[in-house]
Design a protein around this ligand. Structure first.
Ligand SMILES: Cc1cc2nc3c(=O)[nH]c(=O)nc-3n(C[C@H](O)[C@H](O)[C@H](O)COP(=O)(O)OP(=O)(O)OC[C@H]3O[C@@H](n4cnc5c(N)ncnc54)[C@H](O)[C@@H]3O)c2cc1C
Length: 445
């Protein structure tokens, strides 16, 4: 431990994961310098085109609690108890996320959360943040990180080791390590993009039921909306890139208005700036990043989206990145050199990152299509019943991911598959439930 603390650490990226990790490290007395290419978010408006609000769930909350910052975050949260599914007819029905009042998730502003984390980290004199410093990559031969001051354009080098790359899905550090053939990466882009739209507050109040995540599932595409604390909702339209119903096909105000009115008739009257926002807001790209290895000895480590960006359909990218920070913090107790800590981190986290990447892709199909399927609704109702009847053994996969941080993502994926088979078997023989559950699902707790 003491040998680790002797070396000042660099963290590239003062986003969600970088700021939380800096805070956790500072609480242990580590000297940390954060670098970010953005201006200081405490004084600048948030960058356009990033998701404005995010779903925070138990894994993220557990990490925030470990950093002792949950009290400051709580006022920023808006509870979401379930998903309100809006049909084309305008009919809407709430599907609760959990069984109990505490099985809920929360909507939080990315900018406010990032600001709170940075402010908490900066209360520690061990933390220094350098904004408007874009990392250009790592040079393994020279053992340096290269930066460019975005205001002056001047470039300079800093010693590499040890550096944590928390510079997000498009990580410059990762790209430089790939170019040096030190790591390999596979980036799978989704053929659906997204655009953020606004449902403004009406006389200071939410225009839709506030305490839920709204979904307009339409088979091949969907609109969702998460509440903000100022009474507005941020809506996100996910559409294929090409085809009849796609961003490529919707280019004129008339096309956009006609399409949205046909597909989301109850949402359009709540979005007065729909066409203008659709035409002018940037198109966001989505994909999954698979990289390996995540570390170069004890010199650098990828963490958060830089290591494992995922599609957003389980609302887990930030939660997983926060869980990375928590695991990193836990491992500090057991390691006295960076190489062994980074190695243990990767061994523990990479299988979990792969599992949540897969579940996130699967959840897109569930959100945009299967939520309306009568068979899905029947299985959901049955799964809730089984959860009540066998609480030690049967926990719905959504629940394992969102409410049970003590269950690793790998285990949620594995048990989720078994549970899907059990539900299918119960369809064929309703009397087999208890025997199958006892045989195939050992108690969890
Ligand atoms: C549309 C959408 C919706 C989402 N919804 C959810 C959700 O509901 N719940 C959830 O848990 N997750 C969600 N996510 C995922 C979540 O946004 C990410 O997983 C999370 O932001 C990862 O945190 P991070 O710190 O690793 O990366 P980021 O938050 O991206 O932070 C990276 C930081 O690095 C900085 N940076 C980048 N490049 C450089 C460079 N070259 N030099 C210096 N600094 C650099 C950036 O300015 C930024 O501050 C969503 C993502 C998207 C796209």
């Amino acid at each position: 431990m003491s040998t680790l603390r002797a070396q000042p650490l660099s963290i590239v990226g003062a986003g969600l994961a970088g700021s939380l990790l800096a805070l956790l490290l500072a609480r242990r007395g580590f000297a940390v310098t954060l670098y970010d290419r953005r201006p200081d978010p405490r004084s600048a408006p948030p960058a356009a085109g990033r998701s404005i609000n995010l779903a925070l769930a138990a894994r993220g909350i557990r990490a925030l609690e470990r950093a002792g910052i949950m009290q400051q975050i709580e006022p920023l949260l808006t509870v979401m108890r379930g998903r309100m599914v809006h049909e084309r007819s305008g009919k809407a029905a709430l599907q609760l996320y959990g069984q109990t009042p505490d099985e809920v998730i929360y909507s939080v502003s990315r900018a406010e959360l990032n600001r709170a984390l940075l402010e908490a980290a900066l209360l520690h004199e061990e933390v220094d943040v350098k904004f408007e410093q874009a990392c250009l990559g790592a040079n393994l031969e020279a053992d340096t990180l290269s930066f460019q001051d975005t205001a002056s354009g001047l470039t300079y080098e800093k010693p590499l080791a040890p550096a944590i790359a928390a510079d997000g899905a498009g990580s410059a550090v990762r790209a430089s390590l790939v170019a040096a053939q030190a790591i390999a990466v596979r980036e799978e882009s989704l053929d659906h993009d997204y655009k953020e739209l606004t449902i403004p507050a009406q006389a200071g109040r939410h225009a839709l039921e506030r305490a839920c995540l709204h979904i307009w599932p339409r088979g091949q595409f969907m609109l969702i909306a998460l509440p903000n604390s100022d009474g507005s909702f941020t809506a996100t339209l996910f559409l294929p890139r090409t085809g009849a119903a796609s961003f490529g096909a919707l280019t004129t105000p008339a096309q956009i208005h006609a399409f949205c009115t046909r597909e989301f008739p109850d949402a359009v009257p709540l979005m007065p700036d729909l066409v203008d926002e659709f035409l002018h807001h940037p198109l966001g790209l989505l994909g999954t990043v698979h990289s390996a290895p995540w570390h170069i000895g004890g010199r650098s480590l990828l963490l958060g989206d830089a290591a494992h960006a995922i599609v957003p359909f389980h609302g887990q990218g930030m939660n997983a990145a926060f869980e990375d920070c928590l695991v990193f913090d836990e491992l500090l107790d057991a390691h006295d050199n960076w190489a062994s800590l980074f190695d243990a981190f990767e061994r523990r986290r990479r299988p979990n990152a792969e599992a949540i990447a897969q579940m996130s892709l699967e959840n897109y199909v569930e959100m945009r299509a299967t939520v309306l399927d009568p068979a899905f609704k029947r299985h959901e109702a049955l799964a809730f019943e089984l959860e009540r009847a066998f609480p030690e053994r049967f926990i719905r996969r959504y629940s394992m991911v969102m409410f049970h941080p003590e269950i690793p993502y790998t285990e949620a994926l594995r048990r989720g598959r078994i549970q899907a088979e059990i539900l299918a078997a119960i369809d064929r023989d309703p009397n087999c439930a208890a025997a199958l559950i006892h045989a195939r699902l050992p108690p969890l707790r």
